[in-house]
Ligand binder design. Structure first.
Ligand SMILES: Cc1ncc(COP(=O)(O)OP(=O)(O)O)c(N)n1
Ligand code: TZP
Ligand code: MG
Length: 240
């Protein structure tokens, strides 16, 4: 089965070398995947193309070493060229995440085909209307946020008036209900937020610093995974 059909964005790590306090990106990815993270995105605003390809290779190897290549998707942020170059080198990379001002979704789809993943950050302004009306025919999921302002991406959620629009748990519940494709929520998400986020009906959470800046990334990743899974298994019991 292609990875796009079993895409799991419930526990999603976004990571680059600028986030890790000097520690190897691949080691933190391996820790996160072993802890139960289900999706990894390589995101760097400072790495060169060559470095991004190398990071993608190391990430793919880390996922492989954890024995999770068939279920954990590896995406690259922004850079269609890196996805294509990495795949040409035989690296198992599964798709791309783009934002509203990045390469258009239809171009990504044209180059990546139907078997790879294309994720898109939802707009900040008029978000409810956007989620209701956006063309999602070539998309696999929406990234939504921020829950709160974050130093990792200070421009996240910037509205037309130059102010950051944060999302309440009620907003996220509404967005999750309105969206016809899966929704993953990030931006300032910490361990204490996971139970409330899991209750919103969102398909998952994404984090950078909660894992990448932790003294013990594996322990923090495990706590995040357990918090999400605990809520979801309790929810399942109460339905059955
Ligand atoms: C899962 C996920 N959601 C949103 C984003 C933000 O993407 P974008 O708006 O393009 O901003 P940059 O990450 O490129 O700064 C994301 N990367 N991942
Ligand atoms: C990549 C990205 N996109 C929206 S917020 C963000 C960064 C979130 O970082 P953190 O989890 O450290 O707040
Ligand atoms: Mg982007």
């Amino acid at each position: 089965m292609s990875i796009v059909k079993k895409l799991d964005i419930s526990k999603y790590l976004v990571i680059g070398p600028e986030n890790t306090k000097g520690r190897p990106v691949a080691t933190i990815i391996k820790d996160a995947v072993n802890a139960g993270f289900t999706c990894i995105q390589i995101r760097s605003k400072v790495a060169s193309a060559k470095e991004l390809i190398q990071l993608t290779r190391q990430a793919a190897e880390a996922i492989e070493e954890a024995g999770k290549s068939k279920e954990v998707a590896l995406l690259v942020n922004d850079r269609l060229d890196i996805v294509l170059a990495a795949r040409k080198e035989g690296i198992k990379v599964d798709g791309i995440h783009v934002g509203q001002t990045d390469i258009p979704v239809d171009v990504c789809r044209e180059y990546l085909g139907e078997e790879l993943i294309v994720g898109l950050s939802a707009r900040a302004d008029e978000l409810f209307e956007y989620i209701k009306t956006a063309d999602v025919s070539q998309l696999d999921y929406f990234g939504v946020g921020p829950l709160r302002e974050t130093q990792t991406k200070p421009d996240c959620g910037l509205g037309k008036d130059g102010r950051v629009i944060t999302r309440s748990f009620d907003d996220i519940a509404k967005i999750s209900e309105l969206s016809s494709i899966p929704v993953v929520v990030g931006g300032g998400v910490k361990l204490a937020d996971i139970p409330s986020l899991a209750q919103t009906g969102a398909d998952g959470f994404f984090v950078v610093s909660a894992v990448t800046e932790a003294d013990n990334p594996k322990l923090e990743a495990t706590k995040l995974v357990n918090a999400w899974n605990d809520y979801k298994s309790r929810e399942k019991c109460s339905v059955n």
